[in-house]
Write a protein that binds this ligand. Structure first.
Ligand code: G6P
Ligand code: ZN
Length: 583
C-alpha cells in the first residue's frame, strides 16, 4: 500500500536543481519501421518488439514532433504514463528528444506515472502545449505484455485523426531523429526541477495526482461526500488494479474524503500490474467481484469500483450487482444537475459512442437535451465539448466522463456515483441506505431497461475478420429477410460520422442492424489490439415490462444472440466455436 506518498512528496519539493551546461544535440540516422499506425487510442505494440528495436519509440516520437513543427519550439509538454514496464526507459528517450527538438520544459509525473485523466487535467491547468501519455490502457504490461503511447493536444483532448494520419505518413519516410547526449538519465523519482543549458531546457517532476485532484475538487462537493462516506451504514471498495488510477483514488478517497485506508486495494502501480489484466470488467476484476459478492463476503461493501491501467476506464458495482457502463452513463446523466455541483447551471448535451446502448438517449429525450452518437474513441467528444455542446458522455467500453477535462475519467465516475448516493440518501435513516441496485432499478422503472451484452472474439486472423466486415457491408444492398425468432431487419448500414463542429468525416465505423422489435446488433473490429484482430459484437434489447426487467441478461438475450451468430457468420469467419470474452 502506498498511503500518503503525496505528503512525503510535499516535504521533499524543490530540493533539486541540477544545472547541465549545454545541450549536446545529436542527429541520428534511422529508417522507417513497419507497424507504426495508431489505433483507436494511440500506438500499441508488444513490449518485446521495442526491446529488440529501441528506435521504434524514437521514430514515432520524432514523426510526432516533425508534424507538430515549429509551434513546438519553446513550449511545455506534459509526460505521464500508466506505470507499465518500459515507461521509464521510454520517458528518458522522450525527454532527450524533446530537448533536442527545442521544447522548453517537460513536466513529468513522479516515477513517470500520471494517469490519462491526470495528464488531461495537467495540460489544461498548466496551459501546456500538449502531453505524451505512455500507456497501452487496459492491455497487460511487462515484457510479455504491451506498451503504448498517445498524444493529447493543448485542449487536453486525444489528438485528432487528421494529426495522427500525418504522423503515420511521416513514420513511412523518416530518415533521422534528434536526441541529446546526456551523461546520465534525468532523475524522475523525486519532485523538483533539473535545468539544462542555463535554463533553456527544464525537466520538472511533479506529483502524479495533485492537478487531477484539484480539478475533481472543483467538480464535486467534497464536504458532502466526506460526510456521506462517514455514514456507519455505508462502505466502499476501489480496486486500483496496481496501475496509475489507484494512486489518485488513494489520494482523493483516503487522503481527502476520509475513507479507511483499506478502501483502495491494489493502489500501488506495478510494472506488470501485479501480473493482472488491468481492465475493470466482469472477466478481469475478479478480486473486486468476490469482495462485492454477498454470498462470498457477508460484509460486502455498498459501492465497488475499479479503474484500468491508465485510470480512464471505470466499473461500478453495487452489492452483488453490476451496473453496465451504458446504464451508468444514463443514471449519471439523469442525476447530474441535482447531485453534481459542476452541473448546477445545467447540462448542455449528452453523447455516447455508437455501440453504447440507447439508455442515455431516453434521458436526453426526457430532459430535452441534444444527444450525439459518435464513433468509438474519446477523441470524437472533444470538439463537441470545446464548442459548448456537450457536458456528459460515455462509451460501453467502461469509459464515462464530462467536460471537466478532455478524457474519460475513472475516478470522476466513482465520485459521480458517490454524489448520487449522497443525494439520494439525504435524510434516509441509518440502516436504510438506498443502494446502487435500487437506484438503477428505479431508473429502469422510469425509462425502461436496455439489456446489453458484448461478445469479443480476440486475436483472430485479420484476414477472416476483414472478410466478415466486407460480407456484412455487402448485406447493406440486400439484407436477409428470413431470420429465426421472429426478428425482422428494419435497417442495416455502415456507420459513418460527420463532426458537427469541424465537419470532418469518419467512415467505416462498424455495422449497425436495427430490428423491428427495437433490438439492435452492432459489429466492429477493435482498434486497440497489438496483434491480429478482435471482432466485437454488441447486442441490445429494450424492455419496458418491469417484471421482465429482472430476468437474467444472458437468457433474455439468447434469441438475439442466435440471430447475431447466424447473420454475421462469425463462427465461420473467425474459425472459433465461441467468443473469448462476454461482458
Ligand atoms: C480505448 C479508447 C476508448 C474506446 C476504446 C475502444 O479505450 O480510449 O475511447 O472506446 O478504446 O476499444 P476497441 O478495442 O473497441 O477499439
Ligand atoms: Zn484506459
Amino acid at each position: 500500500i502506498l498511503p500518503h506518498s503525496l505528503r512525503a512528496d510535499r516535504s521533499r519539493r524543490c530540493l533539486r536543481s541540477r544545472v547541465v551546461s549545454r545541450l549536446d544535440v545529436q542527429v541520428v540516422p534511422t529508417v522507417p519501421i513497419a507497424g507504426q499506425k495508431t489505433g483507436t487510442s494511440g500506438l500499441r505494440k508488444q513490449t518485446s518488439v521495442l526491446v529488440e528495436e529501441p528506435k521504434f519509440v524514437c521514430n514515432w516520437i520524432q514523426s510526432l514532433f516533425d508534424c507538430l513543427g515549429d509551434e513546438l519550439r519553446g513550449k511545455t509538454l506534459i509526460l505521464g504514463g500508466d506505470g507499465r514496464y518500459y515507461n521509464k526507459i521510454a520517458a528518458q528517450t522522450v525527454i532527450r528528444m524533446a530537448a533536442a527538438n527545442a521544447v522548453a520544459r517537460v513536466i513529468v509525473g513522479k516515477d513517470c506515472v500520471m494517469s490519462t485523466p491526470a495528464v488531461s487535467a495537467c495540460i489544461i491547468q498548466r496551459k501546456a502545449f500538449g502531453g505524451i501519455i505512455m500507456t497501452a490502457s487496459h492491455n497487460p504490461g511487462g515484457i510479455n505484455g504491451d506498451w503504448g503511447v498517445k498524444y493529447n493536444t493543448k485542449s487536453g483532448s486525444p489528438a485528432t485523426e487528421v494529426l495522427l494520419d500525418r504522423v503515420y505518413e511521416r513514420t513511412l519516410n523518416i530518415d533521422q531523429y534528434r536526441t541529446l547526449d546526456l551523461p546520465s538519465d534525468v532523475d524522475t523519482s523525486s519532485l523538483g526541477e533539473t535545468s539544462f543549458d542555463g535554463g533553456n531546457f527544464v525537466v520538472e517532476v511533479i506529483s502524479s495526482t495533485d492537478d487531477h485532484a484539484n480539478v475533481l475538487r472543483g467538480c464535486f462537493d467534497f464536504n458532502k461526500l466526506k460526510s456521506f462516506i462517514a455514514r456507519e451504514d455505508f462502505s466502499l471498495c476501489y480496486d486500483g488494479m496496481n496501475a496509475a488510477g489507484g494512486l489518485c483514488a488513494d489520494a482523493v478517497l483516503v487522503g481527502e474524503l476520509g475513507a479507511a485506508q483499506a478502501t483502495v486495494i491494489n493502489s500501488l502501480p506495478l510494472e506488470d500490474f501485479g501480473g493482472g489484466h488491468p481492465d475493470p470488467n466482469l472477466t478481469y476484476a475478479k478480486e473486486l467481484l468476490e469482495i462485492m459478492d454477498p454470498s462470498q463476503n457477508p460484509s460486502a461493501p455498498d459501492l465497488g469500483a475499479a479503474s484500468d491501467g491508465d485510470g480512464d476506464r471505470n466499473m461500478i458495482l453495487g452489492k452483488g450487482f453490476f451496473v453496465t457502463p451504458s446504464d451508468s452513463l444514463a443514471v449519471i446523466a439523469d442525476y447530474a444537475e441535482r447531485a453534481i455541483p459542476f452541473f448546477k447551471d445545467g447540462v448542455r448535451g449528452l453523447a455516447r459512442s455508437m455501440p453504447t446502448s440507447g439508455a442515455v438517449d431516453r434521458v436526453a429525450a426526457a430532459r430535452g437535451l441534444n444527444l450525439y452518437e459518435t464513433p468509438t474513441g474519446w477523441k470524437y467528444f472533444g470538439n463537441l465539448m470545446d464548442a459548448g455542446m456537450l457536458s456528459i458522455c460515455g462509451e460501453e467500453s467502461f469509459g464515462i466522463g464530462s467536460n471537466h477535462i478532455r478524457e474519460k475519467d475513472g475516478l470522476w465516475a466513482v465520485l459521480a456515483w458517490l454524489s448520487i448516493l449522497a443525494y439520494r440518501n439525504e435524510g434516509t435513516p441509518t440502516g436504510e441506505l438506498v443502494g446502487v441496485e435500487q437506484i438503477v432499478r428505479e431508473h429502469w422503472a422510469k425509462y425502461g431497461r436496455n439489456l446489453y451484452l458484448r461478445y469479443d472474439y480476440e486475436n483472430v486472423e485479420s484476414e477472416g475478420a476483414e472478410s466478415m466486415m466486407d460480407y456484412l457491408t455487402s448485406l447493406e444492398e440486400n439484407p436477409p429477410t428470413e431470420l429465426p425468432g421472429g426478428f425482422v431487419i428494419k435497417s442495416l448500414d455502415e456507420f459513418s460520422y460527420v463532426d458537427p463542429v469541424d465537419k470532418s468525416k469518419a467512415e467505416k465505423q462498424g455495422i449497425r442492424v436495427l430490428f423491428e422489435n427495437g433490438s439492435r446488433l452492432v459489429v466492429r473490429l477493435s482498434g486497440t489490439g497489438s496483434a491480429g484482430a478482435t471482432i466485437r459484437i454488441y447486442l441490445e434489447y429494450y424492455e419496458t415490462d418491469q417484471d421482465r426487467q429482472s430476468v437474467e441478461t444472458t437468457s433474455a438475450m439468447q434469441p438475439l444472440v442466435d440471430v447475431a451468430l447466424l447473420l454475421t457468420k462469425v463462427g465461420e469467419f473467425s474459425g472459433r466455436d465461441g467468443p473469448t470474452v462476454i461482458t
